[in-house]
Ligand binder design. Structure first.
Ligand code: ADP
Ligand code: MG
Length: 218
């Protein structure tokens, strides 16, 4: 399986559609432990991305440039804490697509590992702080280890997304130590972290997108 620059743009469009569908749910999660805007934030950011995909990026074939532009667009459209976090992920991932109009399975594995680790580095959060890192770190570690072991992209990705889901769900029980929800202290326990949830949605959407793409080709 490989993804062309056209596929990559289509994947980002899929994310924009998904964030529209999940906007209310993500806001509802953020109302419990934050200020209730996570769904709106994601929607605004990804709609801005959607627009640029059909405009400035319409004829762009460099996967790296596409991902950098998507990150920059997200950053300038979004005012809240996830703006720089997701933007860093997208820009770090871009390195494995640099000057390529087709990305291999290995490029995609590197893309998502860099994405996850970029978010962590930018936000300086650790597993257990109740943030998107609780989803992204186990995802990246499993993806890296399983891919090295099996060289099977879909098997590795499936394990990684399963661990991402476990990480997301683990945020239900923990007390927040980072971001706005940390101000709630003990009261932040009992609700799933909105950022951990949107991060899981993006990873799982990529898994489905890649599966569909591979079924079309074979
Ligand atoms: P805001 O908190 O500014 O309202 P959002 O509601 O859009 O921003 O996003 C909140 C999410 O951001 C949290 O659920 C959490 O996952 C994530 N987050 C906040 N701070 C950090 C951080 N330092 N590192 C990683 N993720 C963070
Ligand atoms: Mg918020």
């Amino acid at each position: 399986m490989e993804l062309t620059s056209y596929d990559l743009k289509n994947f980002f469009k899929t994310v924009a559609d998904l964030m529209e569908e999940e906007k209310d749910y993500l806001c509802e999660l953020d109302r419990k432990i934050g200020d209730g805007d996570h769904g709106v934030t994601m929607s605004i950011g990804w709609q801005a991305v959607n627009e640029i995909l059909d405009a400035d990026l319409k004829d762009e074939e460099d996967c790296g440039k596409i991902s950098v532009s998507v990150g920059k667009t997200f950053l300038s459209a979004v005012g809240s804490s996830v703006g720089p976090l997701y933007a860093t992920g997208l820009m770090r991932g871009a390195k494995s697509g640099k000057k390529k109009n087709v990305m291999s399975e290995m490029d995609l594995v590197q893309y998502w590992i860099a994405f996850a680790r970029g978010v962590k580095e930018r936000g300086q959060a650790e597993v257990g702080d109740k943030t998107m890192v609780d989803t992204l770190e186990p995802f990246a570690n499993t993806l890296e280890a399983k891919y090295e072991q099996t060289h099977d992209f879909f098997e590795a990705f499936e394990h990684a997304v399963n661990d991402a889901e476990k990480g997301m769900k683990s945020t239900r029980d923990i007390i927040s130590k980072k971001g706005r929800s940390s101000r709630l202290g003990d009261r932040s326990a009992g609700a799933q972290d909105p950022g951990a949830t949107s991060a899981f949605m993006i990873l799982s959407a990529f898994q489905k997108f890649a599966q569909k793409r591979s079924a079309q080709v074979s």
